[in-house]
Design a protein around this ligand. Structure first.
Ligand SMILES: Cc1ncc(COP(=O)(O)O)c(C=O)c1O
Length: 396
């Protein structure tokens, strides 16, 4: 096996440097633990950037995928595939009873939703309202939906037809609606934007605006979906039903996959030939997706997601009382944000050096997306290591 440095050397020479990477090569994962090429073990509180909600290498998913690999790896969408059908049924039955389009990533799922909005809306309606601080992906369409100039600078012109509202400001949204507005698109809880939970009644208010003006409500559930908030989908936590929702990240237990679900009434707008994804809903992703749903149900993991997240937040709030650099501890289910008064980047670095993996977004918000499979002992260990990291930064 290559050392971390040998792998880094390969990247320096052969891989486009569009990511900022930690100087470590990870080689193995199990549950909430990962190992680097030198054999060092890390507790991973940000497994797979949210893709490994079931932990690394969850056995039911691994077993299903191995079996599928031996049977049929790929079939194009010009054929019917049993597993894709079963997967769509399982997602539909756990959400609003609609239909699914399958793809491979969050950006692709959101592109499908954007196209659905345009195809399902009566002209001249085409505009979509999104929110400051949102994150919807890096394709040109989803990048335009992502109302963050830092990701857009230099690649303009962007896709026409997106307008941005301040997050949580219902009045501003109302003022943006005009005769060309077709939809509102939002993450039920902003993830990359800093684990921002919507103000009370905000999502309900958006639903009412959509109903009053004949707009579609699209929820980007790439991060909040598939059990992360303790309900199958984030919209169920808030009791606000979207017209379409997008999923990816953990949908297939860590394998690359995505989906856009919409109501049976809207689904025909994506008529034959109007959208496609070669690998979308392939037999491997579908088997993994089915296994992920079955694992969550058979192991009672929706309930566990709430317990894990609440345990993190309770312990961190206790620490907050003696730590004046923590402004707020927030989140729902296994989305945990710790907003600091200081730069969080050195804390991430120091935690990593000491065997703990976390994330920091917007410079000062520590972000955890822990696996719903964590034991209480692992949560407690994670909290202890995180607090030690914060203390080191405070010089205490
Ligand atoms: C809410 C949300 N939407 C979309 C995306 C984009 O997903 P992907 O990187 O799979 O394209 C992300 C990625 O972090 C996300 O958090």
């Amino acid at each position: 096996m290559l050392s971390s440095q040998e792998t880094i050397d390969l990247f320096s020479k052969y891989v486009i440097p569009n990511y900022t990477r930690y100087p470590v090569a990870l080689v193995r994962g199990e549950g909430s633990w990962v190992w680097d090429a030198e054999g060092k073990k890390y507790l991973d509180l940000f497994p797979g950037w949210g893709c490994n909600l079931l932990g690394h290498c969850p056995k039911p998913v691994v077993d299903a995928v191995i079996d599928q690999l031996k049977t049929f790896i790929h079939a194009p969408n010009s054929w019917y595939m049993e597993n894709q059908g079963i997967w769509a049924k399982m997602l539909s039955e756990r959400s609003f009873g609609g239909k699914a389009f399958f793809c491979n990533s969050g950006a692709e799922a959101n592109e499908a939703a954007i196209k659905l909005v345009r195809l399902a809306s009566v002209k001249p309606k085409y505009k979509i309202i999104t929110f400051e601080g949102s994150f919807h992906g890096r394709t040109m369409g989803t990048l335009t939906a992502t109302a963050q100039p830092k990701y857009q600078d230099g690649v303009q012109p962007l896709l026409p037809g997106f307008v941005y509202a301040p997050y949580g400001d219902l009045e501003a949204v109302r003022n943006l609606i005009d005769g060309e507005t077709a939809a509102i698109m939002i993450e039920p809880v902003q993830g990359e934007g800093g684990v921002r939970v919507p103000p009370e009644g905000f999502l309900q208010g958006l639903r009412s605006l959509c109903d009053a003006h004949g707009l579609l409500l699209v929820f980007d559930e790439v991060q909040t979906g598939c059990g992360r908030l303790g309900t199958w989908f984030g919209y169920q936590h808030f009791g606000v039903r979207p017209d379409a929702m997008t999923l990816a990240k953990s949908i297939s237990g860590g394998l690359a996959a995505g989906a856009m679900l919409t109501t049976a009434e809207l689904a025909p707008a994506l008529r034959p030939g109007m959208h496609a994804s070669t690998f979308g809903g392939n037999p491997i992703a579908a088997r993994a997706g089915i296994a992920a749903i079955e694992m969550i149900e058979s192991q009672g993991l929706l309930k566990r997601a709430v317990e894990v997240g609440d345990r993190f937040r309770a312990a961190l709030r206790t620490f907050q009382k003696e730590c004046d650099i923590i402004r707020e501890v927030r989140g729902i289910g296994t989305m945990v944000g710790v907003e600091l008064d200081i730069d969080g980047t050195p804390i991430v670095q120091s935690c990593m050096e000491n065997g703990l993996l976390i994330n920091c977004t917007h410079g000062h918000i520590l972000r955890l997306l822990p696996a719903m499979t964590m034991s209480d002992a692992e949560v407690d260990q994670g909290v202890e290591m995180l607090i030690a990291g914060i203390r080191r930064q405070m010089g205490k």
